[in-house]
Write a protein that binds this ligand. Structure first.
Ligand code: MTE
Length: 321
């Protein structure tokens, strides 16, 4: 697997963690590494068997939507599913094995807040209600690396249609599951669990905003955020929340997970911009994972034609990470 130098996505402890938790955190990270390492291949396999068969696997592969074109090869699946950020299962990139602890069924999504009819929908019912398609998307992490992925899913706008928000709703807030018995990373008290992300209604209705249920022609893997995650390819990857269980329509701008931890570095909008460096590193280029090469970063990750208009009247806002 490709190994890269740490770029500082993990916050320096003195900035993110109250001083008295500093040493506990080190102990936690060690314990976390140990736990990941002790999930034996047999246990991981047993977990995988318990998850089979996926009740929606007959829906894959879905027809590709040719509107979304790539300018680079698709990242190898083995690389993509073994180089992940999923802090619920550890703060390294190698969480794939630990993420096998994720139990995918039963899985319900609560749709609530400013909606005509709050509802709770089972993942399989939801997926079968939706028109699945495949889209080839670039993915750009704020750590200055990128991948290209064949996601399967449906437009976020379709979920909005299902929810029927009232006219007061201005934002869509999304949350990941909260279960510290299942995800040992959630035992770390200095992270503001559950993982929270959010978009405006206009962003949610944009053609590019995509709810992911699959990748590489089959149900999406656990390390990539099964069974339901977001893909917002014009924004830094931390906006693309994994393993969603709650969708809340609200008039309050959501305070997101990374914004709560470090608002000076990870803002609400987090659109990709090569000219605006992260406070601790440049965003001018990105490493194409799996190739060892770097290429210039593109404004809005190359998706300006779809999304630039969303931001033209927001000149006073900090639109970048
Ligand atoms: N969602 C949750 N729940 N937890 C996380 O730690 N990491 C984010 C995002 N969504 C994260 C998350 C970050 S920083 C990135 S870059 C992408 O997921 C990584 O997605 P990938 O593993 O499919 O590349």
């Amino acid at each position: 697997m490709h190994i890269m130098r740490r770029r500082g996505w993990e916050l320096p402890e003195h900035m993110a963690t109250p001083e008295h938790l500093f040493f506990d955190r080190r102990a936690f990270l060690q314990a976390a590494g140990l736990m990941a390492a002790t999930l034996s291949p047999a246990a991981a396999m047993a977990q995988r068997i318990a998850d089979l068969p996926d009740p929606t696997s007959d829906l894959y592969p879905a027809k590709r939507n040719e509107k979304f074109k790539l300018d680079r090869p698709i990242t190898d699946e083995a690389i993509n599913t073994n180089y992940n950020n999923f802090y619920e299962f550890g703060s390294s990139k190698s969480i794939a094995r630990a993420a096998q602890a994720l139990r995918l069924r039963p899985w319900t999504i609560k749709i609530e807040g400013m909606v005509e009819k709050p509802q709770e929908v089972g993942i399989d019912d939801l997926i079968r209600k939706m028109p699945l398609e495949e889209r080839l998307y670039r993915h750009r992490c704020v750590e200055a690396w990128g991948m290209a992925i064949p996601w399967t899913g449906f437009p976020l706008a379709k979920l909005v249609d299902l929810a029927k928000p009232t006219s007061s709703a201005k934002y869509v807030r999304m949350e990941t599951f909260l279960d510290k018995n299942m995800a040992f990373g959630q035992r770390a008290p200095y992270y503001p669990w559950p993982y929270v992300e959010g978009v405006t209604m206009a962003e949610a209705m944009n053609d590019l905003a995509f709810v992911v249920t699959g990748a590489y022609g089959k149900p999406v893997s656990k390390s990539q955020g099964a069974p339901l995650r977001l893909a917002l390819p014009w924004k830094y990857g931390f906006k693309s929340i994994k393993s969603i269980t709650r969708v809340i329509f609200t008039d309050q701008r959501p305070k997101t997970f990374w914004e709560t931890l470090q608002s000076s570095e990870y803002g609400f909008w987090a659109n990709v911009n090569p000219q605006v460096p992260h406070p601790r590193w440049s965003q001018a280029t990105e490493e194409v994972i799996g190739t060892g090469q770097r290429r210039p970063t593109l404004l809005f990750n190359g998706y300006g034609e779809f999304v630039a208009d969303l931001y033209k009247d927001l000149k006073g806002e900090r639109l970048w990470a």
